[in-house]
Design a protein around this ligand. Structure first.
Ligand SMILES: *Cc1c(COP(=O)(O)O)cnc(C)c1O
Length: 434
């Protein structure tokens, strides 16, 4: 008897069951909310909105009833000290999940607003440079924000060419920096691409950007909580990211921003809000930015949202980023193997890097009728993917809520549905939220 499984065994449901049986994070599934009324629901959209931690309801009730209800305005200063929450929770994310130092991460605003603040801060350092670089295929909000900012300042936004599957390579970045020779004020990239899921080599890009004297602003939205990040070791100076995807903090939860300690006092937020003020409650006439990461916050922090960010970040930190990333790589690996075997003959193409160290937590499958496939999956097969136009079915099996058999069952339902042609019955035109 051979101990190594035959290749075909990897396609058997028993293989997925064996992976679940050996999964050290299996118990985390019960720490997340699963709707009792829909036991057959397979949720593969953890990259857009992570599942709710089981503790989320109690955490919100505690803030509302005890801290707000009883403590009232006293809770800003004492007991829970709401005032400290943005940096306290930022430190959990920074030190446990991002490989940053304490005092380098603050939770505030949305990713969109944080990107604007940090980009504007860097641009102010280089009034004489006319070019901002962003990757072709960047997440829309990143492109829109930088487009608006560059236009308002009479600069130009240039796209870094990149392979649509493999994402921007260091060579692509080098070529763009050289083409703009000395004129680049800022380079903005996503650590994991939202479409293909390609992971960028942060250390290599940071090193070559530094050689050109250019700062890199990383968007970690699809990376934080999915892949191991070592911001300090890989030479990252600036980053933003959201918490409602792999950090399980809930819809519209506040985002985070990271500024390496030595840069904090060299950069100024363009939004001179009182929560970034050095001695805030002195209510001074002049704006004097705090000598810390707080200078990049703006207005009153969203206390209830912060409580949820804390629950989500603690959950992921408790599991351990290395274990989460290892499971994520195995889940997406199984997904790709099944897609190759079952879905390729049905017209699907895997458009995500095959090397697990080169991808994030999701896999995209291109198909000419991707929108109809997504509709059929949701309505008929009770599988929740998301659609990214014009032709991607995006599947994000978040490590903490997804079993290997969930991936197997989801792809099995998908292949049956498409083989039977059921997706043809759905409308071809996408809806408002995809
Ligand atoms: C999800 C995501 C965002 C979200 O920005 P919001 O301000 O939270 O809407 C931004 N950038 C990237 C790369 C994302 O994946």
């Amino acid at each position: 008897m051979s101990l190594a499984p035959e290749p075909a065994d990897c396609l058997a449901r028993a293989h997925a069951e064996a992976l679940d049986a050996a999964d050290p994070l299996a118990g985390y599934r019960d720490l997340l909310v699963h709707a009792a009324g829909e036991p057959d629901l397979l949720y593969l959209d953890g990259n857009s909105l992570g599942r709710a931690p089981a503790t989320a309801g109690d955490a919100v009730r505690h803030v509302v009833e005890d801290e707000w209800g009883s403590g009232l305005i006293r809770s800003w200063a004492g007991g829970p000290a709401w005032i400290d929450a943005p940096v306290r929770v930022g430190d959990i994310i920074g030190t446990e999940l991002l490989g940053a130092q304490p005092g380098e991460v603050v939770v505030c605003d949305s990713t969109t607003v944080n990107l604007y603040k940090l980009a504007a801060a860097v641009l102010a350092e280089h009034p004489g440079r006319g070019t901002v670089l962003i990757e072709r295929g960047a997440f829309p909000t990143d492109r829109y924000v930088l487009d608006g900012l560059t236009q308002a300042q009479g600069r130009t936004l240039q796209l870094v060419n990149a392979d649509p599957v493999e994402g921007p390579s260091p060579a692509d970045v080098e070529a763009a920096l050289e083409a703009a020779a000395g004129d680049v004020a800022l380079l903005s990239l996503s650590a994991v691409g939202y479409r293909s899921g390609a992971r960028v080599d942060l250390a290599a890009v940071n090193a070559l950007a530094a050689r050109h004297g250019v700062r890199v602003l990383w968007d970690l939205s699809h990376a934080s909580g999915a892949v191991p990040l070592e911001l300090a070791r890989t030479g990252c100076e600036l980053a933003v990211g959201c918490t409602y995807k792999y950090l399980h903090a809930g819809p519209g939860s506040p985002a985070f921003l990271y500024v390496r300690r030595d840069l904090q006092e060299r950069l100024r937020s363009p939004i001179q809000g009182w929560f970034g003020q050095a001695d805030q409650f002195a209510m001074g006439e002049e704006y004097d930015p705090a000598p810390s990461i707080l200078r990049f916050s703006a207005g009153t922090p969203p206390v209830i949202g912060l409580a949820l960010v804390e629950q989500g970040a603690r959950l992921v930190a408790g599991a351990g980023m290395a274990a989460v990333a290892a499971k994520s790589g195995a889940l997406t690996g199984l997904l790709i193997a099944l897609a190759d075997a079952w879905l390729q003959p049905l017209g699907f193409v895997v458009v995500t890097p095959r090397d697990p160290s080169r991808r994030g937590g999701h896999v995209s499958l291109a198909h000419p009728q991707a929108w109809q496939v997504c509709q059929a999956l949701i309505s008929q097969a009770h599988v929740v993917p998301d659609f990214r136009g014009p032709d991607l079915v995006r599947l994000g099996p978040a490590a903490l809520g997804t079993r290997f058999v969930d991936v197997w069952d989801a792809l099995n339902r998908l292949r049956r549905l498409v083989a039977a042609g059921d997706h043809q019955r759905y409308q071809a035109a996408p809806g408002r939220v995809t």
